[in-house]
Design a protein around this ligand. Sequence first.
Ligand SMILES: NC(=O)C1=CN([C@@H]2O[C@H](COP(=O)(O)OP(=O)(O)OC[C@H]3O[C@@H](n4cnc5c(N)ncnc54)[C@H](O)[C@@H]3O)[C@@H](O)[C@H]2O)C=CC1
Ligand SMILES: O=C(O)C(=O)Cc1ccc(O)cc1
Length: 368
Amino acid sequence: MPKRIYLIGLGLIGGSIALSIKQKDPSIYITGYDINKDQAIMAKKIGAIDEIADTCFPNQLEFMDIIFVSTPVEQTVSLIKELSAQSLKNGVIITDVGSTKVKIVDCANNYLSEQIKFIGGHPMAGSHKSGIMAAKPHLFENAFYILTPSKHATKDDIEMLKMLLNATKANFIEMSAKEHDKVTGVISHFPHIVAASLVYQAKTYEEQSPLVKRLAAGGFRDITRIASSNPFMWRDILLHNKKPLLKLFDEWIVEMQRVKGFVENEDALNLFDYFEHAKNYRDELPEKQKGAIPSFYDLYVDVPDYPGIISEVTGYLANEKISLTNIRIIETREEINGVLRLSFQTEDDRERAIHCIANYSSYGTYII
Ligand SMILES: NC(=O)C1=CN([C@@H]2O[C@H](COP(=O)(O)OP(=O)(O)OC[C@H]3O[C@@H](n4cnc5c(N)ncnc54)[C@H](O)[C@@H]3O)[C@@H](O)[C@H]2O)C=CC1
Ligand SMILES: O=C(O)C(=O)Cc1ccc(O)cc1
């Protein structure tokens, strides 16, 4: 098992990986560096790392067994180039967490020597939040973790990295960088563009009717949640994955023209088919597996409609140390029960919440 780890970039993803490793094996010594010193200080404070490196390439670098680069993808490419000029341990594994893989693995293949084993990595879960304060040790539990080895990485190197990353409780899949970028373009990168474009459309219409903003709750908020992600990160992801994305734009435009035709021609049969086929395919998607766009584990609670009900319910959960990721009142009308929608990060938290609410109250809970 690797004993000394170096982490460059101590944000949401780097921080979450470090927390999961430390939680499983506190004897693994993690040194960390972040260009933003406050992030590094906070990472040490919450126990994600043992020490802060004073520069990006400290003297200890040559003793590291595994180096993680968990920065935005453009910085990752620059850092791999810079690492190639450093004195590193023979056989060191370097890995990254970037949302794109072709440019990163190409860079590793072109710049790193045979003694440096680069394995591209992409944990397919995350959040629209950034920074160490959003990091969680269980962020990647049940998620896919894609590995895209470079030409110098051996089977043993890949096994070694997986052994360490078992702490994340993710499921590993190996694929080529090209396949990775094609698939994530479809299920992650392009949907981010669509989410942002829907927000733009609503914003344009708001100039005509201020009601748009007030009514854009529920479904609209859900489908556009990922438009609240870090714009720097997504700018770089799109720039890295240009070719697959251009193809997806073309195909999307053709598809929109096709549906537009159904509406234009009042073609009820094809419109029904369109929604039915989409529903059937979506209903088949795995539910328990976390995807690139994470779902949350929602629990609905029927509650009486009186002031203080939210703090009452969250108080019960706090007593049992159950963390919430979100809370929303779905409906409150006079004389009618309100409905609280509580969102949890894991299925286990949701199960515990069901028992907790049943223990402390008589409020009904249900899952949709
Ligand atoms: N946010 C998400 O949900 C997911 C993100 N990713 C990938 O993970 C990577 C990191 O993303 P997040 O952790 O979300 O971002 P983040 O913004 O939370 O963390 C990135 C950290 O890298 C630091 N950094 C930037 N340039 C640096 C440099 N040259 N040297 C040292 N530190 C530097 C920043 O100060 C920041 O603390 C990105 O490549 C992203 O594509 C992968 C899966 C999910
Ligand atoms: O917040 C969300 O829904 C995400 O889409 C998280 C995410 C962002 C980038 C990735 O490469 C993988 C997952």
